[in-house]
Each structure stands twice: as structure tokens, then as C-alpha cells.
Design a binder for this molecule. Structure first.
Ligand code: GDD
Ligand code: MG
Length: 362
């Protein structure tokens, strides 16, 4: 079976992190989200993964060449000259997806590259084959459905309505960004910028050709900073990560991930829900809680980082405090004894004064 992952778009909602790396390549705990997806596809026997890209092609090509998973699956890049949305890339990759003489009932997976869950792909496939219609969407319940595509369905899972980003309340079950489609669906899609969610799924629902498979376990779209932090928290809670190195006189509380070649000074207190990337230096007496420290950064003695993201190769000075949804881009420097509250800092900036009231973008 084949799969197509939508890897395009500009990731603007995940700035300033996406100034440095495309969204699908940003580490989510131990590896980029797209690598986790490729692993899930391989584990159920997918033989070819098509990455539909329209920006940052070189970075994505480079990433693919360096992952161990490339030995287990054929990974093909399908490159758009101009963005084709969530549907057009399927038309562009039609020849790769639909080989000569293959029946129109043959299914393939379609994934958004910014969603995580426990990928119940095998169960979805069994369900898809049973109902024998053209498509199956993975569906989950959320508290804020207006950010997503809302799915209304009957008791058998047949989708009766699909409304993308509704402005009034329609329901709270949403398209989780993972689907199985029969090759026949490609006949509905033209080669142009086209939205599956606005043009194709509503039509398929109207025609009774779309079913949904509901999950009650963890799910998150990590396309916005706070959702990214929440996604990290969920992964730490639900996924078993390899045992980390031992640290003397450091207190760990709850779920914590520590990457390779990380130094942590004594009397530091780390956790819960902390993810520390490779080659990070943490001083003595540091407090980290509900936060992500991306690779190559340094957090100096007695600093505190809470509910925040520290971008790659950044430096937080002694006794500084980052609280309440600070998001630092890469190579940011925060001087000693600075307090940042709810502050976004662009890459390569130096911050030497405290910001108490938040929402300032430097
Ligand atoms: N190749 C390509 N070309 N990919 C694209 C393009 C494009 O022009 N535009 C966006 N993408 C990719 C993004 O990288 C992402 O993986 C996926 O398409 C969805 O785009 P988002 O921008 O993340 O959409 P969304 O989060 O607002 O909404 C979508 O995901 C929700 C679930 O997270 C929709 O599918 C909703 O219906 C769904 O609920
Ligand atoms: Mg998204």
C-alpha cells in the first residue's frame, strides 16, 4: 500500500520556530513529527511514501536522505511549483499513486504532516474495507472545533456532513487529518489549488461515500505553539521513550525526555512534561517545568523555564525566568536576571530587559 503525506504550506502559525525549520521537521520529543508518521506507516506494511512538498524542498530532501527509515520504505518527493492546497497534490502525484491496471477500489493513506496520535492505521484499514465506500476519515472529539473540519455522522460512522472551520457550532467531532481513500477519489480531483476539506469531503459526504473511524485516545495538531507544547505533553504521557542517562543530584518529576549528550548541573529540578533535545547544557539549580528545550541550547544556573519553548542554540542567562508561553526562536540570547512573560522572540535576537506584560514580539 502507498501513502501520501501533505508536507507543504508555510507553517506561519508556528513562527518563530518555522523561521528555522519547516513544521514537519521540528523535533517533537525525540524525532520530527513526520518521521514518527513514516514509522507508523512502515509498521503496517506501507511500501511507498510520497511527500507532497511545495517549500523548503532541499531541507526535506536532506532529512529523508538521513533517516534510518529510508531503508525500509521507498520515499518519493512530489514537488509543486505553486502551492496546490490539500487536494491538488493528489492530482500531481496521480501517476505515482495509481499504477497501470490497478483497480479503483485500491486504497491509499493520506496524512496531514502536523498531526500526532497513536495512528490506529490497521484498524482503520479493516473498517475501510468493511464499509466498501470511497473514503474513511479518522475523527476525534475536541473542545475547540472551529479550528478544524467538523464531521457529522450517523451511528454506523457514515459521514452525513463535513464543514471546514465552521463559524457557528456544528458539532465537536473533527477530521483528525488522517484518511484512507480509494484510488477512485483521484477522479474527483483536478490539478489546481484545491481544498479536500472544502471541495471534496463535503461532496463525498453528500453522496454517502465517506465514513469515519473515531478515536478516543490522544490526538493533536501541532501547528500552533501552544498546541505543539500540548502535543509534547501528550507524547510524553502516552509513548514509552528509551531510558535516559543517569544524572547525579538532579531531581526528575513525572514524564521527562532527555536527548543525547546533555549535561545537567546538580540541584536542578526537571519536570513534569519536559523535553530536552540533544547537546543541551543545563546549569546548577535550574527549574524546568512543562517546557521544550530544543537542541544545542544552554540554560544557565538557577534559571527557570515554565510553559515555554526555547528554540535551538539559544542561551538563557543565570537567574532568568521564562514563564507563561514564551516562544524563543533559534539562537536567541537572554541576559542574566531577565524576566520574560508570554513573550515571543524572533531568531538571533538578544534580550537584556525584562518584559512583564507579555505578547511583545521582539
Ligand atoms: N503539499 C502541500 N501543498 N501541502 C500543504 C499545502 C500545499 O499547498 N498547504 C497545506 N499543506 C499541508 C500542511 O503541511 C499540513 O500538513 C496539511 O496540509 C494541512 O494543512 P494545515 O494548514 O495544517 O491545515 P489545518 O490544520 O488548518 O486544517 C487541516 O487539519 C485539521 C486537523 O489537524 C484540515 O484537514 C482540517 O479539516 C483538520 O481538522
Ligand atoms: Mg494543521
Amino acid at each position: 500500500m502507498k501513502a501520501l503525506i501533505l508536507v507543504g504550506g508555510f507553517g506561519t502559525r508556528l513562527r518563530p520556530l518555522t523561521f528555522t525549520k519547516p513544521k514537519p521537521l521540528i523535533e517533537l520529543v525525540d524525532k520530527p513529527i513526520i518521521q514518527r508518521q513514516i514509522g507508523a506507516l512502515i509498521s503496517i506494511g506501507v511500501k511507498e511514501v510520497i511527500l507532497a512538498v511545495n517549500t523548503e524542498t532541499e531541507a526535506i530532501k536532506n532529512f529523508v536522505e538521513n533517516i534510518p527509515e529510508k531503508k525500509q520504505v521507498k520515499i518519493t518527493l512530489s514537488v509543486e511549483e505553486t502551492p496546490l492546497g490539500s487536494g491538488g497534490p493528489l492530482a500531481l502525484a496521480r501517476k505515482i499513486l495509481w499504477e497501470k491496471d490497478e483497480p479503483e477500489t485500491k486504497p491509499f493513506f493520506l496524512l496531514n504532516s502536523d498531526v500526532i496520535c497513536d495512528f490506529p492505521l490497521e484498524k482503520m484499514l479493516i473498517f475501510h474495507k468493511k464499509h466498501q465506500k470511497e473514503g474513511t476519515l479518522l475523527v476525534t472529539k475536541v473542545e475547540n472545533p472551529s479550528k478544524y473540519g467538523v464531521v457529522i455522522h450517523d451511528d454506523d460512522g457514515k459521514v452525513t456532513r463535513f464543514v471546514e472551520k465552521p463559524t457557528i457550532y456544528v458539532g465537536d467531532e473533527i477530521n483528525a487529518g488522517v484518511s484512507i481513500l480509494n484510488l477512485k477519489v483521484l477522479n474527483r480531483i483536478e490539478l489546481r489549488n484545491l481544498s479536500m476539506e472544502r471541495e471534496i469531503f463535503p461532496k463525498m459526504a453528500e453522496e454517502g461515500q465517506l465514513f469515519c473511524f473515531t478515536i478516543n485516545t490522544f490526538w493533536m495538531d501541532i501547528g500552533q505553539p501552544l498546541d505543539y507544547l500540548r502535543g509534547v505533553e501528550m507524547l510524553l504521557d502516552f509513548v514509552q521513550f528509551p531510558k535516559m542517562a543517569k544524572y547525579e543530584n538532579v531531581c526528575f518529576d513525572g514524564e521527562v525526555f532527555v536527548g543525547e549528550n546533555v549535561q545537567i548541573g546538580e540541584d536542578s529540578f526537571i519536570g513534569p512534561h519536559v523535553s530536552i533535545g540533544d547537546n543541551v547544557q543545563i546549569g546548577c539549580g535550574v527549574r524546568l517545568v512543562n517546557c521544550v528545550i530544543l537542541s544545542g541550547s544552554s540554560i544557565n544556573d538557577f534559571a527557570l523555564v515554565s510553559n515555554s519553548i526555547v528554540g535551538w542554540d539559544s542561551l538563557i542567562g543565570k537567574w532568568s525566568r521564562l514563564e507563561n508561553h514564551c516562544i524563543l526562536g533559534s539562537s536567541v540570547g537572554v541576559a542574566d536576571e531577565v524576566y520574560l512573560n508570554d513573550t515571543i522572540v524572533l531568531p538571533n535576537k538578544q534580550v537584556s530587559d525584562s518584559i512583564l506584560n507579555g505578547k511583545i514580539i521582539l
